[in-house]
Design a protein around this ligand. Sequence first.
Ligand SMILES: [Zn+2]
Length: 337
Amino acid sequence: MRRLLRLLPGLWLASLACQTPPPAAAPYLMTVAGPLPAAAAGPALIHEHILVDFIGADSTGYHRWERDSVIPVVQPFLEAARAQGAQVLMECTPAYLGRDPRLLQTLSEQTGLHILTNTGYYGAVGNKYLPAHAYTETAAELAARWIAEWEEGIEDTGIKPGFIKISVEVDTLSDLHRKLVQAAAQTHLATGLTIASHTVFAVPAFEQLEVLTKAGVAPEAFIWVHAQGEPDRRTHLEAARQGAWISLDGLNPGNQGDYVVMLENLRAAGLLHRALLSHDAGWYTPGEAGGGDFRAYEPLYTTFLPRLRAAGFTEAEIEQLTVTNPAEAFAVRVRGL
Ligand SMILES: [Zn+2]
């Protein structure tokens, strides 16, 4: 064995000489500023918003807000999150709901926070946020649009999405929403981007997992967004056992006891490595004075982590929830079956 080790540097040089493909690149996240090594990512807030425009797909657009007015409102909240320890923020606002990659890029530059944006469409709320072509195009045609954003950047910005964000209605999947999931599956297989789906309840969660696995996508590529909304928490364990990510992402000062219980359940089942935490906070709202009420990205750090420690969670478990799991969930790689 020792002799083999002594030979290894020589073998490595020989492999270079033969132009053997290099070892797989280190895992990375795709931020609005470009690739970020997953190992360097640090604590992440995996589901937040900077700006959300509720007016609907027919009327939204960059004319609805002035970046110069949004930045002074949002920047202090991002700086406060950063001061609490956050280093990465996944911005979950999809296209036609207020996605603005340039705004995110400027805020990232000015705060030092790594920010991810997304590709994909949002089907919930009666399809109010779906563009007209989402009804008529096939899954492959929708996927081609999303894959083009990954390959060429979003619009003319050159900024690439860091994940796929879709959403489905809270009951059984409609044909239209099934098509969104199929488009997400095709996009995942072509790009390696993780699929975060606004899902809430267990019925659409398991239906989506079925669509994905039929398309050859492993559950490890799927984030069950807003899983805290499902009252039967045994379903969290079932989906996590399949490999899905359980996103408990609506943390606020009033619901933290419930979040401790959900995490205790996952830990007791040996499934803490499938859990994700965030606030679903922020929300500068165009059309409201000053962007309306903006919710801070801090309760996770200021009150929830102390509460977890008091409940007996170790530093290693907290690191897993806030650093390791987000990096693993969002690292760009194809998770095929
Ligand atoms: Zn959200």
